[in-house]
Write a protein that binds this ligand. Structure first.
Ligand code: ADP
Ligand code: MG
Length: 238
């Protein structure tokens, strides 16, 4: 597993400075949650870890290795998106294993990893189904399965539960917490849901306009917000 470190990281799209300059450490094995209003740069940070966005300046390290200029495939991370992006014509088994086909791993290893991921996510009985015959929660589990089989050093989640209804979100929150403790992997998780942040995180990063307002444990932010913005977002109502 691995930590993630941003050092004087900057990201601009043309003349628009989305992340002016940012230093952030995501500890190894942590469940780090990025929160903040729409457009504050959460997805941009996540996509930058994945290598889907290039840094304008500064550096990103994963497990102590400078990955700033590495291709996404070389970074050892896996991303789970809000839209499940499953292949409709493939079964669950094929969907979960698809990304590994290009990896050069032996067929037997791929099959074993798919079985293991399916078992972890309670999808074993659904392996021969197509996505259209799954519920929203099951589809999201398949999307997570596609990340697990790659055995990434870091999992990246971009609002993975926002398409689910409230009761399913609650259930998936519990499953994600269990998954984190079982895998012990570093997870960076974007949400605008305060409950998700408070229940899942061991570290919350509050972003506002591409800048970090505060970083801390959920209760620390809740009880001792440093700014009115943090208080408004997470803090206890006083
Ligand atoms: P969040 O995920 O917090 O809602 P984003 O990281 O998606 O925010 O976006 C942050 C800002 O960067 C927004 O103002 C958005 O319009 C802008 N942005 C994101 N991607 C691009 C892009 N490819 N080109 C231009 N602007 C972008
Ligand atoms: Mg976003």
């Amino acid at each position: 597993m691995a930590d993630v470190r941003f050092t004087r990281f900057r990201k601009a799209f043309g003349s628009v400075e989305v992340i002016p300059e940012l230093d952030l450490h995501v500890p190894d094995g942590s469940f780090t949650v990025l929160v903040g209003p729409s457009g504050c740069g959460k997805s941009t940070l996540l996509r930058s870890i994945a290598g889907l966005e290039e840094a304008s300046s500064g550096a990103i390290e994963i497990g102590g290795e400078d990955v700033t200029h590495l291709d996404p495939a070389e970074r050892g991370v896996a991303m789970v998106f809000q839209s499940y992006a499953l292949y409709p014509h493939m079964t669950v088994r094929e969907n979960i294993g698809f990304g590994l086909k290009l990896s050069g791993l032996p067929k037997e290893e791929i099959a074993a990893r798919v079985e293991e991921a399916a078992s972890t996510l309670q999808l074993t009985h659904l392996l021969e189904r197509k996505p259209k015959a799954l519920s929203g929660g099951q589809r999201q589990r398949v999307a997570i399965g596609r990340a697990i089989v790659r055995k990434p050093r870091v999992f990246l989640f971009d609002e993975p539960l926002s398409n689910l209804d409230a009761s399913l979100r609650g259930q998936m929150r519990v499953e994600l917490a269990e998954l984190h403790s079982r895998l012990g992997a570093t997870m960076v998780y974007v949400t605008h849901d305060q409950v998700e942040a408070m229940t899942l995180a061991d570290q919350i990063v509050v972003l506002n306009g591409g800048k970090i307002e505060q970083v801390g444990a959920p209760m620390e932010l809740y009880q001792k917000p440093k700014t009115p913005f943090v208080a408004g977002f997470i803090g206890s109502p006083t």
